[in-house]
Design a protein. Structure first.
Length: 265
């Protein structure tokens, strides 16, 4: 199936590793030019070179801290200057500390909301004027199923994700009439580089081994395993494409049917 992505320009935040890296690689394989951003320059450059080498598509790295509006503005202007346009924005950068209420600090809450939520707000605000000039655009927000199901251990993520989902639906209604569409993807647990740290924290707070915590995560999903970054990337690539243009203001879970918290039971 031709997804109509050849020649498009995509900006993927948090694109140096994990889900963002998988999405950038997938879009590049479809013939899109890809800009990736992250805070760590060395890994960002390494990932950029790898994607370009493996796909032959044009890839450009941009160092940016998405908690700073000036960084976001500079990044978006740099992408437009380099590639001439932005057709697709994939908001992916952000993490929220897990833990129990009494152990979470003000900084934990601030980190979750400033990057995972306000980072998405800033990126949308920066790209929309360019998409309006072009007469079209596609925004795919990688959010998380904690925004639609509660988990006492992931309350900072749940708060940020719920805000991101509200943002997605609101902007879909506001800008759909201008041919700029918004969709949200809600992954459950995904086996990325970050997963090792998360499962260690889960084990610590529950007083169990890392092996048992990882096993409980797998058991919380009817398919019996957690998701891979490539599976999220496949969905994101389709939703960013012309084939999914009429999909607007939609939230799609990719969690293997997970309906209970990892630490239940």
């Amino acid at each position: 199936m031709d997804l109509g992505l050849r020649g498009k320009v995509a900006l993927v935040t948090g694109g140096s590793k994990g889900i963002g890296k998988a999405i950038a690689l997938s879009l590049a394989r479809e013939g899109s030019s890809v800009a990736i951003c992250a805070r760590g320059e060395a890994l960002l450059k390494q990932t950029s070179e790898r994607i370009q080498r493996e796909t032959g598509s044009k890839v450009a790295p941009f160092v940016a801290d998405l908690t700073r509006m000036e960084d976001v503005t500079h990044m978006v202007e740099g992408v437009v200057s380099h590639f001439g346009r932005i057709d697709i924005l994939v908001n992916n950068a952000g993490r929220a500390p897990g833990g129990l209420l009494e152990g979470l600090t003000e900084d934990d809450w601030e980190q979750a909301l400033q990057l995972k939520f306000m980072g998405y707000v800033r990126c949308c605000k920066a790209v929309i004027p360019h998409m309006r000039k072009q007469g079209r655009g596609r925004v795919v927000n990688i959010v998380g199923n904690d925004g639609v199901k509660h988990s006492y251990w992931e309350i900072t993520a749940g708060a940020a994700n719920a805000a991101d989902l509200n943002l997605t639906l609101s902007l879909a209604e506001q800008y759909g009439k201008e041919n700029i569409t918004f969709v949200a993807i809600n992954p459950g647990p995904v086996r990325t580089e970050r997963w090792a740290g998360l499962v260690q924290a889960l084990a610590r707070d529950k007083g169990i081994s890392v092996t048992e915590a990882d096993g409980r995560a797998n058991a919380s999903i009817p398919l019996g395993r957690i998701c891979t970054p490539e599976e999220v990337a496949d969905l994101a690539t389709f939703l960013a494409s012309d084939r999914a243009h009429f999909v607007n203001g939609t939230m799609i879970n990719i969690d293997g049917g997970q309906r209970k918290a990892i630490m239940d039971g």
